[in-house]
Design a protein around this ligand. Structure first.
Ligand code: ATP
Length: 341
């Protein structure tokens, strides 16, 4: 039940690295805000400044409208869960979970009550007597979350908490995290470089690059209406196609480049097909787009429901529905309203 805000936040490390280069950002109440960006874009540094683990070079951090920039982590009532979980290896799961409460001198019966509540919520009640090494990666993650949860923080700060899990476990852990989030509505700032995680978990996503925010919006918005070519190509797999045409780039997502018989009236594209891939039932068609602008390598993603014949080596008529086309300034990469022809 808190709002986290940063104002013109800057972090410059010795040597002149501006890891965070003037960020303005605010969560809404009880919101799940995901910070998404490539390695080195400043996500962790931003999160650590919110937590109070890193001192900012300029700007302010506010929680519920109060400047907390000068306060130590403990006084900020935030709980951070790291990639590594940092569980105490020699303590039991129960002792790990109650640790922050012991440190805060909460009395034993209350500690146990809270630990059992959190363990129950996260489905780890049967593991309380074990040591961390006797747990799977997913279970360790839940212990780390339980430990953060018992403090009943105003804000959760999660730094790639799923990154140590294999792909399958990540998907189920993501699902669990989502359900946990729906149950415990606590404002959360979640860092990841994984767009699938960001799209699945975030109420809104802030896309970062080189210490700056490129765009903030709900998942659908950053996907459908990217503010610039960085966002357009960072989100989406395969990324948005960008075809140079004069002083603009004509952008369209792979799933919107379709055989012309299923996209009548769209922008015509002749696709010279050079490779086909079958992925999860979709056909990914790689080739060169001709007739839109400069001949450019693009990819089309055809769902199983589109059964049109596509053959390697052929030039085939494709099209993009007009309302799916996005234009970007060729020089700055910033989205523009319409394309020049
Ligand atoms: P990743 O996804 O790889 O964890 P990130 O987006 O979280 O990356 P940060 O860890 O915030 O990125 O780092 C941002 C930039 O600041 C990087 O260029 C990094 O090398 C630099 N940096 C981070 N910590 C320090 C430090 N203590 N001293 C100097 N430079 C640092």
């Amino acid at each position: 039940m808190a709002i986290v805000e940063v104002r013109n936040l800057v972090k410059e490390f010795p040597g002149g690295v501006r890891a965070v280069d003037g960020i303005d950002l605010a969560t809404e109440e009880d919101e799940y805000l995901v910070l998404l960006g490539p390695s080195g874009c400043g996500k962790t540094t931003l999160l650590r400044m919110i937590a109070g683990l890193e001192q900012q070079s300029a700007g302010d951090v506010l929680i519920d409208g109060e400047v907390v920039s000068g306060l130590p982590p403990r006084a900020r009532q935030v709980a951070m869960v790291f990639q590594s979980y940092a569980l105490y290896p020699h303590k039991t799961v129960l002792a790990n979970i109650v640790f922050p409460l012991r440190a805060a001198r909460v009395e034993k019966s209350e500690r146990d009550r809270k630990a059992r509540w959190a363990a129950d919520l996260l489905g780890i009640s049967h593991l309380l007597a074990r040591k961390p090494r006797q747990l799977s990666g997913g279970e360790r993650q839940r212990v780390a979350l339980a430990r953060a949860l018992v403090r009943q923080p105003k804000v959760f700060l999660l730094d790639e908490p799923l990154s140590n899990l294999d792909a399958k476990l990540r998907a189920s852990a993501r699902d669990e995290l989502k359900r946990f989030q729906d149950e415990v509505r606590t404002t959360t700032v979640y860092v990841t470089h994984d767009q699938t995680e960001a799209m699945g978990l975030g109420d809104r996503i802030a896309v970062l690059s080189q210490g700056r925010v490129r765009q903030v919006g709900p998942p659908m918005q950053v996907y459908d209406d990217p503010a610039d070519t960085f966002v357009a190509t960072f989100i989406g797999s395969p990324p948005m196609n960008l075809v140079p045409r004069g002083d603009v780039l004509v952008g369209f997502r792979p799933e919107h480049l379709l055989p012309s018989e299923v996209a009548p009236g769209g922008l015509p594209v002749t696709l010279k097909v050079d490779r086909l891939e079958y992925l999860s039932g979709d056909r990914h068609v790689y080739g060169t787009a001709i007739g839109v602008g400069e001949p450019t390598r693009v990819v089309a993603r055809l769902p199983a429901t589109v059964e049109a014949d596509v053959a390697v080596g052929e030039e085939q008529p494709f099209a993009v529905p007009a309302r799916r086309i996005r234009y970007f300034d060729a020089e700055s990469g910033v989205r523009t309203q319409a394309g020049s022809s």
